[in-house]
Design a binder for this molecule. Structure first.
Ligand code: PLP
Ligand code: ZN
Length: 442
């Protein structure tokens, strides 16, 4: 078995050394993926091994990514070091109220917000940063104002590499940027837009030997594919009917599809779940392409808008991979409004679970897919919550106090609002407020 980088463009299919520093195919410009021709495992014994590792105190075993390292043979585990913060290990949480909201009999969330920096980016970043270590890179960089920069900063720091974050000047999301600053990233605000900065950074990376941990880095997706492996391990390899996930750059769904196909080919599962991707209305290029009559060219959204900033992506890097995986699984793409995201998010909160806005697109999308008859109420669905509830507290406060507005300024109804109330320092009046607010409730 020889790990290699392979161009996903069918007509090209060029292969490169796993240790080449490449982000796209030099021959055709297509996306690359890690590929392991000839990889074979004995499913019963590897499943037993993976289960046993949960009781181990070894760092590699405690990571919910590297525990499945037989599926990540781009590193040599005898010689390579990995950068781990014990990522993964995220729970499956049954959520009856959310199921009811979506019109389902039951529903389980796989909550990736339980990761070290609060999003699934950690599952990928542990692999990307470890490959950076393997390549002896001293510096890593990404262009992002969000969870990618928070995660990259943490993993670079733990690996002893220097994290460099490029972001558009004046376009900052403070919650996530705060993490990057705290983890010690050199943060450069460039006077240019996102796409210009991306081009700039690619030139800089080549000239100055910086390793890019952007969305096109194929090793990040290797880590993210283990989200599906861990989910199946947690379900004793019982395959759900559907996996629902929000889509921005579409790396996550691409990684899920790859991981599931590999498990099927290795004989660890006997069928694929269908993949459903949910995009925000103002940022739904894959949805529109997927459902268009004659596909033609993929048309990016020029000015993507949504309050769910983690999926505010107009020109998703991984759309060709995502399209292949969704179609291969028999899945679909849905789109949801700002109001639908906000209300679904409040419902997930009331389950005691909570998530950031982008994650709530899953429940909003599921509700629509059930209403449309695409998903049946009795089917077995796992919805992936991608980020932690505290990533965006400003959004939460505005929603519950009736101040949330869409990017174009329209009011978002506080359907499940829960505003704080000011009360006087007076037990009688507080008792009256309790009676009025709670009525007969215990
Ligand atoms: C990055 C991110 C997404 C989007 O994932 P893609 O792989 O870009 O489709 C969704 N939710 C959260 C919380 C994220 O951080
Ligand atoms: Zn190619």
């Amino acid at each position: 078995m020889q790990a290699q980088l392979k161009c996903i463009q069918g007509a090209c299919g060029a292969t490169y050394s796993i240790d080449d520093v490449l982000y796209t195919c030099p021959r055709c410009g297509g996306l690359l993926e890690a590929s392991y021709p000839g990889l074979s495992l004995d499913p019963p014994s590897v499943k037993r091994l993976w289960r046993e590792r949960r009781m181990s105190n070894l760092a590699l075993d405690q990571s919910g990514v590297w525990r499945y390292r037989e599926l990540l043979p781009f590193l040599d585990f005898e010689r390579d070091c990995v950068a781990t913060l014990r990522e993964g290990n995220t729970p499956l949480l049954p959520a009856p109220q959310a199921a009811h909201y979506a019109g389902m009999q039951s529903l389980v969330f796989k909550h990736q917000g339980y990761n070290p920096t609060g999003s699934f980016k950690d599952n990928g970043m542990t692999c990307g940063a470890s490959q950076g270590l393997h390549l002896k890179m001293g510096r890593v960089a990404c262009v992002s104002t969000g969870n990618t920069s928070a995660s990259m900063a943490a993993y670079a720091a733990v690996a002893g590499m220097t994290p460099i974050i490029f972001l558009p000047h004046g376009n900052i999301s403070f919650g996530k940027l705060a993490q990057a600053l705290e983890y010690g990233a050199l943060t450069l605000q460039v006077e240019a837009n996102f796409d210009q900065i991306l081009a700039l950074v690619r030139v800089l990376a080549e000239r100055t030997g910086i390793y890019l941990l952007n969305s096109m880095n194929p090793f990040r997706l290797e880590g993210q594919k283990t989200i599906m492996v861990e989910m199946l391990d947690q379900r004793d390899w019982h395959v759900p009917d559907w996996v629902v996930v929000p889509g921005g750059n579409l790396g996550n769904v691409s990684a899920f599809g790859k991981g599931l196909r590999e498990l099927l080919a290795l004989g660890c599962i006997d069928r694929l779940p269908k993949l459903a991707v949910v995009q925000a209305d103002g940022s739904a290029p894959l949805h529109d392409y997927f459902h268009s009559k004659e596909r033609g060219e993929f048309r990016p959204v020029t000015n993507p808008e949504t309050l769910a900033t983690a999926i505010r992506i107009g020109d998703p890097v991984s759309w060709p991979k995502a399209l292949f995986e969704i179609e291969n699984s028999g899945g679909t793409v849905e789109r949801v409004t700002e109001q639908e995201i906000a209300d679904a998010k409040a419902i997930i909160g009331r389950c005691g679970i909570g998530c950031e806005p982008a994650s709530a697109a899953t429940l909003a999308g599921l509700k629509k897919l059930v209403a449309a008859g695409t998903i049946q109420p009795g089917q077995d669905v796992v919805a992936v919550l991608t980020g932690h509830v505290l990533k965006d507290p400003d959004y939460i406060y505005r929603y519950h106090t009736g101040q949330l507005k869409t990017p174009s300024g329209a009011a978002i109804a506080s359907t499940y609002g829960n505003a704080p109330q000011v009360v006087p320092n007076d037990p009688d009046r507080i008792a009256a407020v309790l009676e009025e607010s709670l009525g007969g409730r215990a």
